[in-house]
Design a protein around this ligand. Structure first.
Ligand code: UD1
Length: 341
């Protein structure tokens, strides 16, 4: 019997790539998604890649009744991977209540439904944003957390705390929080990838859309940071590498010999890359010049952050395999394919 995994937000960017990896590892996937920031046809694209169509239930996790009904019918779920959340840092500053309601209420509802229905395991999408601007780089899982600089970041910190407290109070629930650095790129099939609605907030979709001619020019937010070339430094990892880490996390939770109730892992490459280096990598692998200009710093941006992934490497037996150049290449292939229809 295939083990059943619930993926919330499974039609989204990271959720869809993770669904593919789960199916390819022999799991059955059921998705709940409200399609707020994604399209239902992602399910068909997943089927094209894997040969198997995951089931999709369209509703909002803030609706606890619907969630309860769903979980009652699916008590055999072995683990939940919870991606469904809002993720735009800037927007969260203007709409804090939307962010707290959506990101935290859905999590509380989910944990409640898991407890009520005997669903034991949770993987949570967290973020390196919980570290703020770290004093020491690279950041390990033991680096101190800093006060969040946005409501979005706060929902990740509070979300982790809610999960940790729940695992302390209820030994039947085990959980792993995965702190992502900056996921980029797309599946090598170019059938799934990042498709932000409207103007992209994140760097790589802005680069690919500018290269495609959808945006006039990329704005580089600041070149006066204390970094080698003055632009901000991040740790960009390929989304397929990130997706594979979720499969490992699920297997770890399901393993009955693993008695640890709550764990946290950094998921990154360990390599810091500046905004200008990221642009250069894109230009190198595509042969396309990206029109950009340097503008003022973006409010709330962190100067530099990259992961120490050694704990995840050792404990999970997971590490990133794709280079920055490979990631950029897949991001571009996806952009071209998705626009050509
Ligand atoms: C942010 C969050 C992260 C969250 C992610 C999801 C922080 C510190 N990080 O990542 O937790 O998971 O968004 O959306 O809150 N840049 C430009 N021009 C652009 C866009 C970006 O120069 O048009 C620069 C930014 O200044 C930054 C880098 O590119 O230095 C990466 O930005 P972005 O892709 O938005 O990700 P983060 O801000 O690192």
């Amino acid at each position: 019997m295939k083990k059943k995994i619930l993926v919330t937000g499974g039609t989204g960017y990271i959720g869809s790539h993770t669904t593919v990896e789960l199916i390819e590892n022999g799991f059955e996937v059921v998705i709940i998604d409200n399609l707020y920031n994604s399209e239902a046809d992602v399910i068909d694209r997943i089927q094209k890649i894997t040969g198997i169509k995951p089931s999709l239930e369209v509703f909002d996790l803030c609706n606890s009744e619907k969630l309860d009904v769903f979980c009652r019918k699916n008590r055999d779920i072995a683990a939940v991977i919870h991606f469904a959340a809002y993720k735009a840092v800037g927007e969260s500053v203007n709409k804090p209540l939307d962010y707290y309601r959506n990101n935290l209420l859905s999590l509380v509802n989910l944990l409640d439904a898991m407890k009520k229905n005997g669903i034991p395991n949770l993987v949570f999408s967290s973020s390196c944003t919980v570290y703020g601007q770290p004093e020491k780089l690279p950041v390990t899982e033991n680096s101190p957390l800093q006060p969040a600089t946005s409501p979005y970041g706060n929902t990740k910190q509070v979300g982790e705390a809610i999960i940790r407290d729940t695992t302390v109070s209820d030994k039947n629930i085990k959980a792993i929080s995965l702190r992502y650095f900056n996921p980029i790129g797309a599946h090598p099939s170019s059938l799934i990838g990042e498709l932000p609605r409207g103007v992209p907030e994140n760097l790589v979709p802005y680069i690919t859309q500018t290269a495609y001619g959808l945006r006039e020019e990329l704005k580089v937010f600041g070149d006066d940071y204390n970094t080698p070339d003055g632009s901000c430094v991040r740790d960009y990892l390929h989304v397929v590498d990130l997706a594979k880490a979720h499969v490992v996390a699920v297997k770890r939770l399901i393993d009955e010999n693993n008695k640890t109730n709550y764990e946290v892992f950094n998921l990154g490459t360990g390599i810091g890359v500046s905004v200008l280096e990221a642009i250069k990598s894109f230009e190198k692998v595509t042969g396309i010049k990206v029109k950009y200009k340097i503008v003022a710093r973006r409010a709330g941006d962190i100067e530099k952050i990259w992961a120490d992934p050694s704990y995840a490497n050792k404990e999970l037996g997971w590490k990133t395999l794709s280079t920055l150049d490979e990631s950029m290449k897949t991001a571009w292939e996806w952009e071209k394919k998705v626009r050509s229809k």
